[in-house]
Design a binder for this molecule. Structure first.
Ligand SMILES: Cc1cc2nc3c(=O)[nH]c(=O)nc-3n(C[C@H](O)[C@H](O)[C@H](O)COP(=O)(O)O)c2cc1C
Length: 234
């Protein structure tokens, strides 16, 4: 049993000063376009410094991946200055700053994404009340979204974060590719469990490759994949 105050040392040398990490929690405090607000900076400033690390609220990597109003954006270079203020606020006293990177897929609606139809693996709506039917992503669009995660990681590095966490959890795009309920594709991205896993697999590869090719040492790549809501039928 480890004491929570004990330093956490990873195989490649990364050190986290204790074993308390603040979980990602959406606050809906950003501006309409995803730009960070001073209130949000204040919120994180008040909570960092003591904990070993802070994982930010989900930040959308593509414009059509925004899930709700007030969400943090990382889909454009214009966010780098604001995100730099955020990482600096978190990193005081050695706390590690980890940006959560995210795509909502079908778990959004057209009022949030400028009147466009939500996108997903297939045209299957979620079983929640009033959910819109998404349109299936083309193969090229899937590659674009993988690239959006890559660009978001580059922006996180430029903005001074110590890591990114891929939001692979409960109901959002990554899970939508894995679940046979939302993924009815018959191409290389759907069908068998291996094919439905391809999106997660390629995504982790794209993100870890760009980190390996960068100048940063000990950059954290985490993936959050709470499986409890997945509808696994095989
Ligand atoms: C208000 C609120 C916002 C949350 N936002 C996110 C989020 O942006 N990303 C995420 O991965 N999880 C999010 N979560 C889930 C939490 O990170 C955490 O996993 C969940 O609350 C389970 O932990 P608990 O049992 O200690 O509450 C959120 C939870 C709450 C209560």
């Amino acid at each position: 049993m480890h004491n929570v105050e004990e330093q956490l040392v990873f195989k490649r040398g990364l050190k986290i000063k204790n074993r308390v990490i603040m979980a990602p929690m959406t606050t809906k405090m950003s501006f309409f376009d995803g730009e960070i607000t001073s209130d949000e900076i204040k919120y994180y400033t008040l909570r960092s410094g003591e904990v070993g690390g802070v994982i930010t609220a989900a930040a959308n990597v593509s414009e059509n991946g925004k899930g709700w109003k007030g969400e943090l954006g990382v889909y454009d270079d214009k966010f780098i200055p604001g995100l730099s203020r955020l990482s600096a606020a978190i990193k005081k006293n050695g706390t590690k700053a980890i940006l959560q990177i995210f795509h909502a897929g079908r778990m959004t609606d057209s009022t949030i994404i400028n009147g466009e139809m939500p996108v997903s693996a297939s045209n299957i709506s979620s079983e929640r009340p009033n959910s819109e039917t998404p349109r299936p992503l083309s193969s090229l669009e899937i590659l674009d979204i993988l690239d959006d995660f890559k660009q978001a990681t580059i922006r996180a590095i430029k903005a001074g974060f110590d890591g990114v966490e891929i939001h692979g959890a409960n109901t959002y795009l990554i899970q939508q590719f894995f679940s046979p309920h939302s993924n009815r594709r018959e191409d290389e991205w759907g069908g068998s469990v291996e094919k439905r896993f391809k999106f997660i697999n390629d995504l982790v590869e794209v993100v870890t490759d760009v980190v390996d090719d960068s100048e940063v040492d000990n950059f954290i790549v985490a993936i959050d994949s709470r499986l409890k809501n997945m509808k696994i039928r095989e």
